[in-house]
Design a protein around this ligand. Structure first.
Ligand code: MRU
Length: 353
């Protein structure tokens, strides 16, 4: 059984507090949009798909609590305001922005339809949000299958592969199964994964705390390295592919992902190691032509200067803490989506299949 980061029953939402992992397993109740914004902003829940799903579900919870509003125009207006507020919790991952735009369109259509009562409006709207949970898992399984095939086809030997991943893209970052970690899971279940290396992923340690936790939980053969070991790893041990996730992919394939991804892509290019992005179409922002237009979130210094309550950096030092970087399309072998694997310059085709 995979780890469950999001627990939802109609009107009831809990998220696994990822700030406490791997030492404590505690769920936090999300009673509405305000709580949704907080758990996303504080990174108690994180990972682009999970951010979108939790944000939207927090709105569903809030709508289910409110039985008093019977004016469709007011419901529509509130929906729009609350979705825009949720999008502001973290700016780089595009999934929540695209989900919000779609839901605002839906709310506009439902509120304009005179044949639909306020109760039916809410019902249909909430059902659409709830469907995100199953759709995300289905998409991740398709990503896993396509990614597994692409990595095996691209590897030189007939045997099993050794891969490297960065940050956390597993069950904890999604509704379940995972994107890049879903590909690794799929290689493992096909008995074609020899070994996976995961980076520590400073400063927030998603690799050491969360990916390592998932890999150990699933008994996948794995080794943790610190971020600065990637070039030594590729120079001294066989690595067949790198597979990482995405927070926002621009139309030309430039990809924003966890800070440190860009340097791994450069090292992979130097060592001739295929470098894959695994992401659902909901992480692709066709409105941005290139990656330099992606807004990069900067996080508080404290995430760098402290580990938990323990200060590790010299007091008084200046810090720069961008949470993401942008890997240029030229360094990316393929973008693995639920529709197949696309070279960055053919990304448009993913939307017409
Ligand atoms: O800051 P985080 O932990 O939300 O960053 C997460 C990542 O960068 C992931 O690689 C990305 O969101 C994809 S998760 C399936």
């Amino acid at each position: 059984m995979g780890l469950e980061s999001i627990k939802y029953k109609k009107g009831y939402l809990e998220v696994l507090d990822q700030l406490l992992l791997p030492l404590q397993t505690r769920y936090v109740k999300v009673m509405g949009v305000e709580d949704g914004w907080k758990v996303i902003n504080k990174m108690q829940v994180r990972g682009a798909p999970a951010i979108a799903i939790v944000g939207c579900l927090s709105l569903a919870v809030e709508l289910l609590k409110d039985d008093d509003t019977n004016d469709k125009k007011i419901i529509r207006q509130e929906i729009e305001g609350k979705l825009n507020y949720l999008v502001s919790a973290r700016p780089t991952a595009v999934n929540i922005k695209l989900a919000a735009d779609e839901l605002i369109n839906l709310a506009n259509t439902l509120s304009a339809n005179e044949a639909i009562s306020p109760a039916e409006f809410k019902d249909r709207f909430i059902n659409t949000i709830e469907a995100m949970l199953t759709k995300d898992i289905e998409d991740n399984k398709a990503i896993g299958k396509f990614g597994c095939e692409a990595i095996l086809n691209g590897s030189t030997g007939d045997g099993s592969v050794r891969v490297l991943t960065h940050c956390n893209t597993g069950s904890l970052a999604t509704a379940g199964y995972g994107t890049a970690l879903g590909v690794i899971r799929s290689l493992h279940t096909s008995k074609r994964l020899e070994h996976v290396y995961c980076t520590e992923t400073r400063p927030y340690n998603q690799g050491a705390r969360l990916t390592a936790y998932e890999l150990v939980h699933e008994k996948i053969p794995s080794t943790l390295i610190v971020d600065s070991m990637v070039s030594a790893l590729m120079n001294t041990r066989r690595i067949d592919a790198v597979v990482v996730g995405a927070d926002r992919v621009a139309a030309n394939g430039d990809t924003a992902n966890k800070i440190g991804t860009y340097q791994i892509a450069i090292v992979a290019k130097y060592h001739d190691v295929p470098f894959y992005i695994a992401a659902p179409l909901t992480s692709i922002d066709m409105s941005l032509t290139t990656g330099d237009k992606i807004k990069i979130e900067e996080r508080p210094d404290r995430e760098m200067t402290h580990i938990g309550e323990h200060r590790i950096a010299a007091p008084g030092i200046n810090c720069w803490n961008p949470a993401f970087d942008v890997t240029p399309a030229a360094l990316i072998t393929g973008i693995i989506t639920e529709k197949g694997v696309f070279s960055p310059d053919k990304l448009k085709e993913a939307f017409v299949i």
